[in-house]
Design a protein. Sequence first.
Length: 100
Amino acid sequence: MNIEIKEQNGIYVATLYGWLDTNEASQFLEDIKPLEEHLDKQVVLDCNDLEYVCSLALRGMLKLRKESAAKGGKLVLKNVKGEVQKVLTMTGFIKLFNIE
């Protein structure tokens, strides 16, 4: 799993690549920490190239969403498809996120 974070016109976009399984989840939680200082703005997790996501990683995403809402920001999941969409749907997390 790889993550690339960029600022684009005041929006912070984290592009996620590969498999975000249990083995990668701890590193993912570390890799998204730079986003925490921007949660008062819009943060996008681009899942176009994300092939799988585990429950531990979902918990990290949910934490970002809650912190973003508390700071007046917005967390958006973008390009959710395939296995990632299935996991979000099966867990009910799909109802918890803004998805574009």
